[in-house]
Write a protein that binds this ligand. Sequence first.
Ligand SMILES: [Zn+2]
Length: 151
Amino acid sequence: MDVNTIKKDLLDIMKQYGLKNESQLVITESIKEWAEKRGIKERDPLRIAMKTTERTEKVDKETGKKELIQEEPIIILKKEVSEPELQSPRSRALHISLELNGVDMESAKKMLESDENFIKFCLLHEIAHIKGFASEEEADFWAYKELPKVI
Ligand SMILES: [Zn+2]
């Protein structure tokens, strides 16, 4: 599925969680390439989602010093999400973290079965990290609980 087809919905979800600028969502062919252009190491060529912080700096003409103008979290999503990505280790890890949190796996499978819901889940997972949930497990569980509110 082409993530761009639900971009408007994704931006709406981000707004609900305080990420109000459209520039805070980047949809790209390859997250690995996108990241490496910015000096961020990424091993997984099928990575579906990541978050980072975009810093806007200004150079002071007199002192030559860089001054931080703005720092804002951004979410990057892989443009094409289909079978290989859905079968990736990331996706399997997700099922394990939900299971560890006592989620009913039958309903979880049903809810995450559609590509669209799965992409929204991935977006919420990154939002969870931005909100301060550091571990993958916590972020998965939070995203899973929020998902019914946005689908
Ligand atoms: Zn994560």
